[in-house]
Design a protein around this ligand. Sequence first.
Ligand SMILES: Cc1ncc(COP(=O)(O)O)c(C=O)c1O
Length: 388
Amino acid sequence: MNMEIAERVKKMPIYLFSRIDELKRRVNNTELIDLGMGNPDLPAPSHGIEKLKSLLTDPSAHRYPPARGEEELRRAIAQWYKQRYNVHLDPEREILPLIGSKEGIVMTYLTFLNPGDVAIVPTPCYPVHFNGVILAEGIPYTLSICKENNFLPDFSSVPERILKKAKIIFICYPNNPTTAVANLEFFKEAVAFSEKYDLIIAHDFAYAEITFDGYRSPSLLQVEGSRERGIEFYSFSKTYNMAGWRIGCVVGNSNLINSIFKTKCYVDFGLFSPLQRAAAFVLQSSQGCVENICKIYQRRRDVLVEGLKRCGWEIELPQATIYVWAPLPPPYSKLTSYEFSEFLVKKTGVVTSPGTGFGEGGEGYIRFALVENEDKIKKAVERISSVL
Ligand SMILES: Cc1ncc(COP(=O)(O)O)c(C=O)c1O
């Protein structure tokens, strides 16, 4: 039996979290404080869980769901975009529920890239923005985002020869892993760039609602003309601590969405209907739960950043996301980000993600995910202070 894996899978780098798991396994510390993966520890909204329970007893709920997703969910998403961003979306044509936005991002690349087509992807980035291109046999062109540019891409740095072959540009603000935010002016510039070079523009909006200190993040679709070539991925995973429910959606240009739907039809049957309908209910209910979630992350952020500052490690306060993006502290700046993460987990039991897990542009940084309670984060700070 020939068990050799396909070339496209061989080309995939080891998945970031497999490397982190390997780090954890090698360290025999029973008291690990795991700030590695961005896996929310807080509960999903109780009214959503109650709604889900009530929907489970309907016998028809257990059939295959409607191919394009439950109308109830599409309508709720349209209503939410209208209220939140004053963006009008047609629930029939401009919204497609996804089994999490991660799935949708890969489907997008599979739908639009022919082998050898280029996708412009910032580095560092959420790994799927990059790896999805490889899975689709495309060629990722990595566009550096760095502190000097507030972790925003300089579109003018992309060479003409790349632009001739490029089909998609992928952006993500609030950004994982750098926590950077972008204003509407930036999105206008990104849309103008995509128009000029005839690119599809895809925006990952997974952290849309996890913002602090009064900051609110704009949607790509607020930009006039963005609907001509733009799509946006929204996720329930972080906003509502519903990561395990696997609910997201893609919204925007109806032709692009229809094509992604065509690919999806051959791969999956969509999401369990009660999950979709309970998610619609959550979206249409009071958003007080989101305010509470943001307050909790904001306090955790302050405990971590202020605590590390006291021991001489200066890190900028993020305005959004569930992460803290930290440059390696000066005595350790000669180490690679992987070596420093390894050092931290071995000496302190604090698990972080090495910046290079998000691409070469992440070198010199590690990422803390704020997914442990304040006491644990305080303990993490004490342990790190004792070794720095
Ligand atoms: C930027 C970004 N996009 C997408 C995802 C995946 O979201 P989902 O759970 O909707 O697949 C994550 C998860 O951490 C993320 O950080």
